[in-house]
Design a protein around this ligand. Structure first.
Ligand code: SER
Length: 879
């Protein structure tokens, strides 16, 4: 059998290129700046803003091949993968797009020509069936009247559960966003197979191409807002069309997958290459590799959790195939061997990193799964009626990650029945719960969609601007008065709105000296820049002209920190490899924070190295420039760091630190590294599995920090009676001395206590079955009184203890009366009653009484004997 997959890729691009479509690079698997999606799930994702009319597309016709993940969210095929011929967690989508250019007729004609013309894919026309949304008769008529599809092969698809637009032929990207009716092309594999197009079931009909006529924007409240331009979004699964052209009945039988499956089977020594578990593993290694390559790490948060689930499912299936050893990580190299050259280049540098991450996760999960299997075996032994309930299965699945397939397999071997139906019920409850949680929260958009603010503040810190909107408490207003807090939108502004990790500017909006709005913060949302603050003088009206004046000190510090962040990023990449990926960044006027992936910890000398290197670059006086370019012109330039490398946009801004780094960035920067002044790392943290965080400061703040550290060191040196040079030696020797003293003290304490205890016990009085110890301890540190007391309590019960000492011109009493003695005796009361108020002033708390007195020794003994007599009398009386 021939391997057709590469040829199909090429032919698809060539066909649409001939039809005047621009070939565009695919986008990242992680959607850029889009909270509504966990992963890129279709070719159209990167063009969302063009469909919605928020941005003008650079070309009205585009063609792409897009990697997609369908896990989590609206399009989720996870549990089907491996058990059907068609589903994948990861697949590639061939797509052609029109933005306000051609619509239904041309889209259908193009698809038909590509599929059926002998110059192209040359599929038999009679094998093709078409579905159409039941309210879209225009499309129906194009297929029937213009293309000539018979009514038998043309099927109208209704809404499900009578819910409007809830149909397989009404496509939407996510809970919100672009959507519209679609028409789908199916291929008939022959009547020897079962299948029903209406509900897309069975193996007979394969859906190969979905052509969507994007016409609406679905908003969070469920409304469909008609779009200004009508567009086309098509998607054809590469693996599916390949299976048809290679004439096999399953995606997993195409040449590409067959090879990989065979290699996996060899690796884990399996003879039956048709086993579904091999398909699961072959699919999951692909998604795992690409997700890790894009910077995702298995953990318990959103995307990381999905990746973890994929890896765990693959390992479960390894178990089903009988492999108990770690195997999954070994498949990275096998997979990469069979992909095309472009992909190889993309993945090559990351092979080691990806392998390591998988291996770590696999090791961890192997331990958990072993525990789970032990527990399962225990449950099976216990089960008298050879039966496992759904609840038991769910517990094993939920706690130990044992997949139901694996459990079922083990049970079949042992002849045990399981209640799968009940298990599925539990799964459904969990699914509903997690769906509620994963639906990302959106703030209702209060801003006018037509507003646009131009940012004029890279070099101009004062801009003459016009107010285009005012919002107070989320409501649009004509005016903002003195003392009111609100948000002001300007047509053009010097203020940078928080984005790309860089905090927004602060400053003032001034009409004249009598009307001033103080800006506390600035945010960017879509096309607008929002100035948040308070009217501190006079008032403003919509359409007023004013000067937007940025606080320069604040801005300059932010720019220094931003340029320092770029230096940090490039140094990390140069030192540890280009697979290092930025995972988050915060740039404020006070400090910068940078999160990045790294599979091992940074050592102290790494931190010193990074700090030194950055300061060297600062001292080297290197110029920093920015320029804009069309993405097409730079997309193959490997030395440009692009955090979202594949996001398609016509013009991008590049920040270039001469000879060092080039990075796609919209933030503000200093013009020369020397302006950063100084760079100090203040914190280094391990924030998650494989993700590190560095906090750093620059310029004046770094200087102040260093000065403070210096002052502290001087102070400490002074304290230790030494100078900075010998401080560390001194501290170490002091610590050693201190440890020795502590040791001596402990020994002394033990000696003292055991000696005193004997004396005290020998002198105890036994009266009416009560042990009475009332004694003075000569010159004893009061903390020892407590030790003594505790020791006595351990040895005797039914005790009345009063111990006293004179220590540094104070007398101390400690006392305890066991609970099992009549509590009419109140020790504190007794002590107070017997001390001469004129002689001493007693404070009592808990069971320690302390008095500031200086009495002669006779008087002191007299008091003690008075207390003793009093207590003895009292006990005599009570008994
Ligand atoms: N967006 C549609 C789909 O994913 C067509 O590309 O099926």
């Amino acid at each position: 059998m021939d391997n057709k997959i590469e040829e199909i890729r090429k032919v698809f691009l060539e066909f649409f290129n001939k039809k005047k479509h621009r070939i565009i690079k695919e986008s990242s698997l992680i959607p850029y700046n889009d909270q509504s999606l966990l992963f890129t799930n279709a070719g159209m994702n990167q063009f969302k803003e063009y469909f919605l009319g928020y941005k003008k597309p650079p070309y009205s016709r585009i063609v792409t091949i897009q990697k997609c993940i369908r896990m989590g969210g609206k399009h989720n095929d996870f549990n089907n993968v491996g058990f059907t011929n068609r589903h994948h967690t990861f697949f590639e989508m061939l797509g052609n797009f029109s933005f306000g250019d051609y619509f239904k007729k041309k889209a259908i004609f193009y698809a038909w020509e590509l599929l059926t013309n002998s110059k192209w894919f040359n599929l038999k026309k009679k094998k093709l069936f078409i579905t159409v949304y039941y309210q879209d008769m225009e499309t129906y008529n194009i297929w029937h009247n213009l293309i000539g599809i018979s009514k038998k092969n043309l099927i109208l698809i209704k809404d499900k559960n009578n819910q409007k637009y809830n149909s397989d032929n009404f496509w939407q990207m996510s809970e919100t966003g672009p959507c519209g009716p679609s028409t789908e092309i199916f291929y008939d594999l022959g009547d020897h197979l079962q299948g029903n197009i209406k509900n897309n079931s069975g193996n007979r009909f394969i859906e190969i191409w979905n052509i969507v006529f994007i016409q609406f924007n679905r908003t969070l409240d469920g409304k469909l807002i008609p779009l200004l331009i009508k567009s086309v979004d098509t998607g054809m699964g590469l693996e599916r069309i390949t299976s048809i052209i290679e004439k096999v009945d399953s995606n997993y039988k195409i040449y590409f997958f067959k090879k990989i499956i065979q290699k996996i089977a060899d690796k884990i020594n399996i003879k039956n290459i048709n086993h579904n578990s091999l398909k699961v593993i072959a699919d999951h290694i692909r998604s795992t590799i690409y997700l890790i390559a894009e910077g995702i790490i298995p953990n318990n948060e959103k995307r990381g959790y999905v990746l973890r689930k994929i890896i765990r499912r693959a390992i479960n299936h390894g178990r089903i195939l009988g492999t108990k050893e770690l195997f999954f990580y070994k498949l990275v190299k096998i997979y990469i061997k069979y992909i095309n050259n472009n992909e190889k280049i993309f993945l090559h540098k990351k092979i080691e990193y990806i392998t390591k991450i998988i291996k770590n996760e696999e090791k961890k999960f192997n331990q958990i799964i072993n525990l789970g299997i032990k527990l399962l075996n225990k449950e099976l032994k216990k089960s008298e009626d050879n039966y496992l309930t759904g609840k038991q299965i769910f517990y094993l699945y939920d706690t130990f990650g044992l997949s139901p397939d694996l459990i079922e397999n083990i049970c079949i071997e042992k002849n045990i029945n399981i209640n799968k139906k009940e298990f599925l019920k539990y799964m459904e409850i969990q699914r509903q719960k997690s769906q509620k949680n994963t639906l990302f929260k959106h703030k209702i958009n209060i801003y006018d969609k037509n507003d646009i603010s131009k940012f004029n503040g890279y070099d101009n810190f004062i801009t003459y601007s016009k107010i285009i909107n005012i919002y107070i408490n989320n409501i649009a207003k004509q005016k903002i008065d003195l003392g009111e807090q609100g948000e002001i939108i300007l047509n053009t502004t010097s203020f940078y709105g928080e984005s790309g990790g860089q905090k927004g500017d602060i400053g003032f909006l001034e009409k004249d000296k009598k009307n001033i709005f103080q800006v506390y913060d600035t945010k960017k949302k879509g096309n607008i820049i929002i100035h948040i603050g308070k009217m501190i003088l006079g008032s403003f009206k919509k359409n007023d002209y004013l000067y937007s004046k940025v606080d320069l000190i604040h801005r300059n510090m932010i720019s220094k920190n931003h340029s320092a962040t770029h230096l940090l990023h490039i140094i990390l990449r140069n030192k540890f490899g280009t697979y290092i990926q930025q995972k988050g960044s915060l740039i404020t006027n006070k400090y910068l924070r940078f999160d990045f992936t790294l599979n091992h910890s940074l050592k102290e000398n790494d931190i010193t190295y990074i700090e030194k290197k950055i300061n060297d670059y600062i001292f080297d006086n290197i110029s920093i420039k920015t320029y804009t370019k069309k993405i097409e012109e730079i997309k193959n330039q490997k030395d440009i760091i692009a955090l979202f490398p594949n996001k398609y946009s016509s013009l991008v801004r590049i920040v270039k630190i001469d000879g060092l780094s080039q990075e796609l960035c919209v933030g503000t920067h200093v013009t020369n590294t020397s302006k950063i002044g100084l760079f100090i790392i203040t914190k280094y943290l391990n924030i998650a599995n494989g993700i590190k965080r560095i906090h750093a400061i620059t310029h004046n703040i770094a200087l102040k920090y260093m000065q403070k550290q210096n002052t502290n060191i001087k102070y400490i040196a002074n304290f230790f009676n030494t100078n900075e040079e010998f401080l560390i030696k001194n501290i170490i020797s002091n610590k050693k001395k201190n440890d020795l003293l502590k040791k001596n003290f402990q020994e002394l304490k033990q000696y003292f206590i055991s000696k005193e205890i004997n004396i005290l016990l020998n002198n105890k009085i036994l009266l009416h079955k009560k042990n009475i110890i009332i004694s003075n301890i000569y010159n004893c540190n009061p903390i020892f009184l407590n030790f003594l007391l505790k020791k006595i309590l351990k040895k005797l019960n039914k005790v009345i203890i009063i111990l006293s000492t004179k220590w540094e011109k104070k007398i101390f009493f400690i006392f305890k009366i066991s609970q099992n003695i009549n509590n009419n005796i109140n020790a504190l009361d007794i002590i107070k009653r017997n001390l001469d108020k004129n002689v001493c002033n007693i404070n009592g708390c808990d069971n320690i009484v302390q008095g500031n007195i200086d009495i002669n020794i006779d008087k002191y003994y007299f008091i003690l004997s008075k207390i003793r007599t009093y207590i003895l009398n009292k006990i005599n009386k009570l008994s």
